[in-house]
Design a protein around this ligand. Structure first.
Ligand code: G3P
Length: 219
């Protein structure tokens, strides 16, 4: 499973990209508001920091303007993926951009039926929001299971399942067990994945015992 990071914070992106574990980046208007800065410049910088796919979301909601915005965003760098909302106009935009060779991430997906439509529109990625489904008392991961199963029934579907609105490490593990293609993680969740108290405890012991040997590997 690929790991994307879900942030527009350039410092965070550069720091996490240095781990070698980041395959791509996703942003949205709320994340851009949080990070500040001119959006198109920010996208250009993120695309330089991470060679993988970088999702940049259109701001308009009508087809004609979304298409123009999508073309403008796609021209920023070769690794831009244009993100559009899962609406009728969004899917029309998805189809038009995909036909022009631009990869599209269809976002704000909350049902398997919507995911089917996005695949038909030629989306490179579908982004179901698991955390927001959990928030309203449903099981977000059930949607991932449904989409993975449905897409597997049709080998011609090339759309990758990108699990979004991830809130904790268990979402990541569940997404991987279901065979999702990508998980986009807030930086805090990616950092949480490294941690286990038994790792810390075990390492402390190894360091202490090694010191008692009086040796150095580098001597
Ligand atoms: O980028 C889309 C998605 O990951 C947003 O997550 O936490 O705002 O529901 P959240």
């Amino acid at each position: 499973m690929k790991f994307f990071i879900d942030t527009a914070d350039l410092a965070e992106i550069r720091d996490l990209a240095a781990t070698g574990l980041v395959d791509g980046v996703t942003t949205n208007p709320s994340l851009v508001l949080k990070s500040g800065g001119r959006f198109v410049d920010l996208v250009a910088e993120i695309c330089k920091a991470v060679p993988g796919p970088v999702s940049a979301e259109v701001a308009a909601t009508d087809f004609a303007t979304m298409l123009k915005e999508g073309q403008r965003l796609a021209a920023i760098a070769s690794n831009v993926v244009v993100k559009v909302p899962l609406t009728a106009d969004g899917l029309k935009t998805c189809k038009a951009l995909a036909d022009q060779g631009t990869p599209v991430n269809v976002t704000l997906c909350f049902s398997a039926a919507q995911a089917l439509l996005a695949a038909k529109a030629g989306a490179a990625y579908i982004s179901p929001f698991v955390g927001r489904l959990d928030d309203i008392g449903t099981e977000g991961m059930d949607l991932i299971a449904d989409i993975v199963q449905i897409y597997a029934n049709y080998p011609s579907i090339q759309t990758e399942v990108l699990v979004a609105s991830v809130r904790n490490p268990m979402h990541v593990v569940q997404a991987a067990k279901l065979g999702a293609d990508v998980c986009t993680l807030p930086p805090s969740v990616l950092r949480q994945l490294f941690n286990h108290p038994l790792t810390d405890k075990g390492l402390q012991q190894f360091v202490a015992d090694w010191a008692k040997t009086g040796q150095s590997i580098l001597d």
